[in-house]
Design a binder for this molecule. Sequence first.
Ligand code: TYM
Length: 329
Amino acid sequence: RPRVLSGIQPTADSFHLGNYLGAIRQWVAMQDTHDTFYCVVDLHAITVEHDPKLLRQRTRVSAAQLLALGIDPDRATLFVQSQVPEHPQLSWVMECMAGFGEASRMTQFKDKSTRQALDRVSVGLFTYPILQAADILLYQANFVPVGEDQRQHLELTRDLAQRFNTRFGKTFTLPEAYIVKDTGKVFDLQDPTAKMSKTVPAGVVELLEDPKKVAKKIRSAVTDTGREIVYDVENKPGVSNLLSIYSALSGRSIEDLEKAYDGKGYGDLKKDLGEVVVEFVTPVQAAVKGYLDDPAELDKLLAKGAERARAVASRTLAQTYERVGFLAG
Ligand code: TYM
């Protein structure tokens, strides 16, 4: 079975619809056909200022959401990044493979770092994509299901792997980004030209927020001029975004939805989609609560996942250390 690895940051109180439709939905589907490794990347979460108590809480809530959304710990290896020390260990080696200029060209770093004084930007934020490369390469992943915004990090990962292989002999599998066409980028409901993002709350649908609020956010989504409900990203970004979300959650094709809403108004579409989204989040919220009611059990499940992950990661790390010329441990 081909290998899959992906990760998500525990940096907010809840995942949002973009995280789910852009990434997690694919994680769930791939459990049946691939050998899957999924991690909550808490090491990445400390690249920006954070509160320790909140991080611990959010790490558990993140794991609980993944389970509630359908990650099955018997079929997938679900773990927390900091519990597998091979991640930062391989990351150091990869940092020494990466060029300073190459890392400086990462657009996510540029976006996040230009908003503040450079002395307030951590070096960890700069090397963030290299740790991400280590996450992937440790598991010899063939595919990495992510949203569109991670494409450049995946390119970097391939470049680093290729460079290492050329210099020291074939060690790493070159991973491919697995990005779905329709929901690889879910847009903000208030600004349908920007991606839905944890840092811009207005048009973001959080999976764990009050269902009434969820419906309201959908009903107040920005739509476009004109009246027709048609998929046209260029001229109707708002409606197109709603149609993509609707189609993904209901399993109905976009053409089918266009037909069904022919002659109806934006209000009808938004009301119905609101109901679809509420129907989706309600059982997820109940399941999350169930997992959080027993944190000891959740921690145990994650410890088991980390153990399984280490069995694979330690092999890759040992081989890497041998190739770069470290003495055998
Ligand atoms: P993160 O935590 O920001 O987001 C998790 C996943 O959600 C996707 N995503 C979206 N997809 C579609 N539309 C959106 N509006 C949207 N917003 C977020 C992201 O693309 C991502 O797949 N660097 C990664 C975490 C990471 C990782 C890894 C991923 C660390 N190590 C190894 C893959 C493999 C990140 O910050 O994701």
